[in-house]
Design a protein around this ligand. Structure first.
Ligand SMILES: Cc1ncc(C[n+]2csc(CCOP(=O)(O)OP(=O)(O)O)c2C)c(N)n1
Length: 511
């Protein structure tokens, strides 16, 4: 209810204040001015849980990230404080990137009204919006493993954006474009824009050609709610509706929360160099907790004492956790649980993976040969393809003159027969840019598709013609791969150096 909403606003606000007091001069990219996002995300989990969501994959940038980790993801506060003081979240044997604290990921479980929701926040580089396709690919993998590809009910991607980044970064459109595509859709992503009406020092009229940062989402007919960040009840109502929409229609939805950024881009940055009038107005503007607190006092829901008590209670909790953070020692993390079980860090990374015998036994070789060269009666193939298949049959009969594509199909087929998945995604990958692959056969009378590799038992295969994107698709496949260690996930650039369109993914996530 209203009290719970106000309480979350208080937590969001006091969290930033506490960090400001304890770590003077340290960058935290505070949520100050956009605190209503915290009760709103809380309602995504709560209502999501009620409508069947059991897992949420979050992606977000710097702004408010520590606040989300603390007050939404329930990352233990002492761990955040420990990291703030320069400590690592992981035990020494795991290592890690030593990345800045407002880029770190985490995962936790939260309970709402007896419903458990697992949540993870993917790590992100500085590159704004680069984590978006990673979140979507990861979610898609979770849905595939769970067999939840029809309704996509149980797992949900949530992306939190800045207004300048959402309007400016092309990857946002690449990701919206996935929303209705076979092989890539995730049953609807909830997009939350912290529209603080500024990007670093640049005002919206210099940063976009439309009044709303969210207009790009019109391209996929996503509903867009513009909502006042000073009214946390309205923002929470918008997220509740968003969850109803998503769980009913399985498509993307956008919440554009209009708010402000109380301080500079980071807390050491002076905003009045560039927006003196705006920052004069912000200085005189009461915080969300005061506006909403006064409203609830006037409505008779709480009294002034309730407000003060809740502030004190949360601040005491922070003090206790701050103390505990100093002595915090990370436990040995179990990185190989769930689908990773049975896998382990290589004992001898240099040599153990070299010179492994990858050959097939004769029986499997013959059986894969039959599968790859048998044209069922149910399909009428192109006559040139028939000649290609005849040539393949000859390769299997003679054991010679194998071409690249047949060798590739054998590799995929043998993995599938061992129960592993294979997912190949790229532009025109089904036929192959050079008509070399023919992994997907098209019926010449009704265009239905036939995948010889899909006839192999035990493993799941997907050979997908991707959207005409490099950055987004590689990010998606990377995200898929991090959630599914038992599928060979491949992305194929079409030709020449088109791969360099995906360079950010390679530099920031893969290399
Ligand atoms: C791809 C990329 N380009 C530039 C930057 C540098 N940069 C960091 S934050 C920022 C402004 C972001 O504005 P907005 O998206 O509105 O988020 P806010 O900080 O206002 O919450 C810029 C330009 C970056 N981090 N990533």
């Amino acid at each position: 209810g209203k009290k719970a909403i106000l309480n979350k606003v208080i937590e969001a606000e006091q969290w930033e204040k506490f960090l400001g007091r304890k770590y003077v001069g340290t960058k935290r990219f505070g949520l100050d001015g956009g605190e209503s996002m915290i009760p709103a995300l809380e309602s995504v989990i709560k209502y999501g849980g009620q409508y069947g969501v059991r897992e949420i994959v979050f992606g977000m940038a710097h702004r408010g990230r520590l606040n989300v980790l603390a007050n939404v993801m329930a990352k233990p506060l002492r761990v955040i404080f420990h990291e703030f003081a320069g400590g690592s979240a992981n035990p020494d044997d795991i290592g890690g990137s030593g990345d800045v604290k407002y880029h770190l990921g985490t995962s936790t479980d939260r309970d709402f009204d007896g419903i458990k929701v697992h949540m993870s926040l993917v790590a992100n580089p500085s590159h704004l919006e680069a984590a978006d396709p990673v979140v979507l690919g990861k979610t898609r993998a979770i849905q595939t493993i769970a067999g939840d590809l029809k309704e996509h009910t149980a797992s949900l991607p949530v992306l939190i954006h800045g207004d300048a980044a959402f309007a400016g970064q092309g990857i946002v459109w690449e990701c919206l474009g996935f929303s209705g595509i076979r092989g890539y859709n995730t049953g609807g992503c909830v997009h939350f824009i912290i529209n603080n009406q500024i990007g670093f020092t640049t005002s919206p009229q210099f940063a976009r050609s439309s009044p709303y940062p969210s207009d790009v989402a019109k391209g996929v007919q996503a509903p867009i709610f513009h909502v006042n960040g000073d009214d946390p009840e309205a923002v929470t109502f918008a997220t509740k509706m968003a969850m109803e929409f998503r769980q009913t229609f399985h498509r993307d939805i956008v919440i554009d929360m209009w708010c402000y950024r109380r301080f500079g881009h980071n807390e050491g940055d002076e905003p009045s160099f560039t927006q003196p009038l705006m920052y004069k107005a912000i200085k005189d503007h009461p915080p969300v907790s005061a506006l909403y607190g006064d409203r609830l006092v006037a409505e008779g829901v709480i009294d002034k004492q309730w407000l003060d008590d809740n502030v004190t209670q949360y601040t005491n909790l922070l003090e206790g956790e701050f103390e505990a953070g100093a002595a915090y020692k990370p436990n040995r993390a179990d990185w190989f649980a769930g689908r990773w079980s049975g896998l382990h860090a290589p004992a001898d990374p240099e040599t153990a993976r070299r010179s492994v015998d990858t050959g097939l036994d004769r029986k499997l070789f013959d059986s894969l040969g039959r599968t790859l060269t048998t044209v069922p009666d149910s399909i009428t193939i192109h006559k040139t393809l028939a000649r290609v298949i005849d040539a393949k049959r000859e390769m299997f009969a003679s054991g010679t003159n194998f071409d690249w594509a047949t060798g590739e199909a054998l590799a995929f087929g043998s993995l599938l027969s061992e129960g592993y998945g294979v997912r190949l995604s790229g532009q025109d990958s089904g036929r192959g840019t050079f008509s070399q692959r023919h992994a997907v056969w098209i019926d010449q009378t009704d265009e239905h598709k036939y995948l010889p590799l899909a006839q192999i038992e035990h493993g799941r295969v997907e050979i997908l013609d991707s959207p005409l994107s490099e950055y987004g698709v590689l990010g998606f496949e990377y995200g898929y791969a991090i959630a599914d260690p038992k599928t060979l996930v491949l992305w194929e650039a079409q030709f020449g150096d088109f791969v360099n369109g995906a360079q950010i993914m390679i530099d920031q996530f893969i290399a």
